[in-house]
Design a protein around this ligand. Structure first.
Ligand code: ADP
Ligand code: MG
Length: 393
């Protein structure tokens, strides 16, 4: 990687400003229901503390307060949880910029400080130069470990880098390494699995990966627009009419490039989408009125046959309505199969990551991206503003 990483910089006696992604889910009583994101930042936090930093100032957003102070989006509960995870006190400040904040940091008895929600200030998302300067004045050096917001040019992800030396944290470095290597230098055969609900969400990913991959497997809701483009009967399954031509173009382009695209050959279908709906397996023809909610057993076997030989797999998008247990079989069987393969397996996309974690296979994948939207933009080949902005090596 051509950008500075935390291991390249001298942290001794420095005050470090670090952007993390503490945008955690909470219940109505504001209890944190999943602390994966807090845990994910701990290695870099520990690294900074163990390498002599004097103070570590953490900043993040939580939810969408839209530039106003909204109590339910306070990061205070996160400070408490983080303190438990680190085994040391965390000083929580109830704002993120200004003189009072600066003074509180300079006199903090605790070495770890968490600032209040960045998005209480509209200047954060507007990437305001003054606000960026204020944030940067809080510290000597900046580290970005928030891959989940790296696709946004905000004050805390891009603006600050104009005023401070900027390095990637360990989590960000790992994301760039795995996603980047898979795209730039994949060990072949390189198979991409695309699923999820909509073709329109994934066009950029298909167009970027079609020339790079050896084979693209398409399942889930988006596959029915492709099947329709081939003239197949898809019943009432998910269809984006205005994307049929685009799907045709992609299929033609794949042929030109001699790239294989695999589509489902049988389906689990229902009359209406409900947990307790009566379901049946049908072949290539989906009868009128029926909705396909999962790939069928022949498709699972077909996809496995292709994946068996893969040396790199990138997977974005579930292959059925996995949130309902009865329709999660296709996604689960493919996930379990990949988990047993000796290959590089990379999972991108919020729902795909949630599916893998639902099946308790997190530890069996090479890399599960922590950034939903950011991982998609990375797979689309876009340059992420939070990454380009880091200081060059
Ligand atoms: P990711 O967040 O991993 O990028 P998406 O958001 O694109 O994935 O897609 C996830 C959604 O796709 C899930 O909510 C799932 O229920 C839905 N989905 C998968 N297969 C189907 C299908 N056959 N019909 C309708 N929706 C589907
Ligand atoms: Mg999603």
């Amino acid at each position: 990687m051509d950008k500075l990483i935390v291991k390249d910089v001298d942290l001794k006696d420095k005050t470090v400003l670090m952007r993390v992604d503490f945008n955690v889910p909470q219940d109505a009583a504001l209890n944190i229901t999943d602390d994966t994101r807090i845990k994910a930042a701990v290695p870099t936090i520990k690294y900074v503390l163990e390498n002599g930093a004097r103070r570590l100032v953490l900043m993040s957003h939580l939810g969408r307060p839209d530039g106003k102070r909204v109590d339910k989006y306070s990061l205070r509960p996160v400070a408490q949880r983080l303190s438990g995870l680190l085994g040391e006190a965390v000083n929580f400040l109830d704002d993120c910029a200004g003189n009072e904040v600066k003074k509180a940091i300079d006199s903090s008895k605790e070495r770890v400080i968490l600032l209040e929600n960045l998005r209480y200030h509209p200047e954060e998302e507007a990437n305001d130069a003054d606000f960026s300067k204020q944030l940067s004045s809080l510290a000597d050096i900046y580290i970005n470990d928030a891959f989940g917001t790296a696709h946004r040019a905000h004050a805390s992800t891009e603006g600050v880098t104009h005023y401070l030396k900027a390095a990637a944290g360990l989590l960000l470095e790992k994301e760039i390494k795995y996603l980047g290597d898979a795209l730039i230098n994949p060990v072949r055969p390189f198979v991409v699995i695309l699923g999820g609900s909509k073709v329109s969400d994934k066009i950029g990913v298909i167009e970027n990966l079609l020339p790079k991959a050896d084979c693209i497997i398409i399942g889930g809701g988006m596959s029915y627009t492709f099947l329709k483009a081939q003239g197949k009967q898809i019943g009432n399954s998910k269809l984006e009419k205005e994307k049929i031509d685009l799907a045709k173009n992609i299929l033609e382009k794949a042929e030109e490039l001699k790239k294989e695209i695999l589509l489902p050959i049988d389906h689990v279908v229902v009359d209406n989408i409900a947990k307790d709906a009566r379901y049946e397996v049908v072949g290539e023809i989906i009868p009128d009125g029926k909705i396909a909610v999962d790939i069928g057993p022949k498709t699972i076997a077909l996809f496995k046959d292709k994946l068996r030989l893969a040396k790199t797999i990138v997977w974005n998008g579930p292959l059925g309505i996995f949130e309902m247990d009865v329709f999660s079989k296709g996604t689960e069987e493919i996930a379990e199969f990949i988990a047993c393969l000796k290959c590089v397996s990379i999972i991108g996309g919020g729902d795909t990551a949630a599916a893998v974690s639902k099946f308790k296979l997190e530890d069996k994948m090479t890399h599960i991206s922590t950034g939903g939207g950011a991982s998609l933009e990375f797979l689309e080949g876009k340059i992420l503003p939070g990454i380009v902005a880091l200081t060059d090596k």
